[in-house]
Design a protein around this ligand. Structure first.
Ligand SMILES: [Zn+2]
Length: 283
């Protein structure tokens, strides 16, 4: 798994850029994506896909993808969903949005792979002095087992830097944030990691379902949702979560956004009724 994690990080260190995209805006609610990197997901990370499936769905150069996090502005509050690798481009993304680190009071983690937690630290220090970092109890307990070191040095450093502000957890279906402009509920999306979480964001006028790493190659996995990437720790659970969450998004007609979706990272999803889905990115 350590090797997987390493490959996972290296995978994105190719074309690096930083851009922010407003994905939803109304009154005092705004959702923005920070794209830290973009690149294509190649066939080599989808070993469970047969050649015919790869040929049918995966573009020759791989599926366009990104590494992204979400920033939610609601009234006076700013909530981060994931913290990227945390390189200078990610930091610039936040700065470009006018978000000072001390302004952030809440950071929600979909899971604890390195490309989702890196920005929590500035060197070995906490970047967000006033933030509580929340994760699913299942996720926290897996990566930071009691009475022993965390499973990765980065997580050990984050634990040291944030102390009690990192150890708080939520259960699935719990409301993890609410103010007069927005509320957020944590949904079970386990499989990619033991406590992988999707977040349902609701404002007075719209809903956005942030699905974390539920899919890595939109071009391949919407039409063929049984295909897992080599980064998915429990493929069977991943597939079950993927279908359950996508079915929910279809049924409720909710905009969905993913950390590795192609830019601009959000769109709507439809089912063909035979186990396949189609993704329609917002224009
Ligand atoms: Zn990821």
């Amino acid at each position: 798994m350590t090797q997987n994690l390493f490959l996972y990080l290296m995978f994105f260190v190719s074309i690096i850029f930083s851009t922010t995209v407003i994905v939803a805006q109304q009154d005092d609610f705004k959702a923005v994506v920070i794209n830290e990197t973009v690149r294509n997901m190649g066939a080599e990370i989808f070993a469970s896909a047969g050649p015919a499936t790869i040929k049918k769905y995966l573009p020759e150069n791989g599926a366009p993808a990104s590494m992204s996090s979400f920033v939610l502005f609601a009234g006076d509050d700013v909530v981060l969903v994931d913290a990227g690798l945390g390189g200078s481009h990610w930091v610039k993304g936040l700065t470009d949005l006018g978000v000072k680190p001390e302004k952030i009071k809440l950071i929600l983690l979909t899971h604890m792979h390195g490309d989702h937690i890196g920005g929590l630290l500035d060197g070995n220090n906490r970047r967000f002095p006033n933030a509580v970092v929340l994760s699913a109890k299942l996720e926290y307990d897996y990566w930071l087992p009691q009475n022993t070191k965390a499973r990765t040095p980065k997580l050990e450093n984050i634990k040291t830097a944030y102390g009690n502000d990192f150890s708080k957890t939520f259960e699935f279906d719990e409301q993890v944030f609410a103010n007069t402009s927005m509320k957020i509920k944590a949904l079970n999306a386990v499989g990619h990691t033991p406590g992988h979480t999707a977040f349902l964001v609701e404002s007075s006028k719209s809903r956005l379902l942030i699905v974390g790493d539920l899919l890595h190659a939109a071009a391949l996995q919407f039409p063929a949702p049984d295909i897992c990437s080599s980064y998915d720790m429990e493929p069977k659970d991943t597939i079950a979560s993927r279908k359950r969450i996508l079915d929910f998004a279809v049924k409720e007609n909710i905009l969905i956004g993913g950390m590795h979706f192609p830019v601009p990272n959000i769109g709507t999803v439809k089912s063909n009724g035979q186990g396949s889905y189609e993704f329609f990115p917002v224009k």
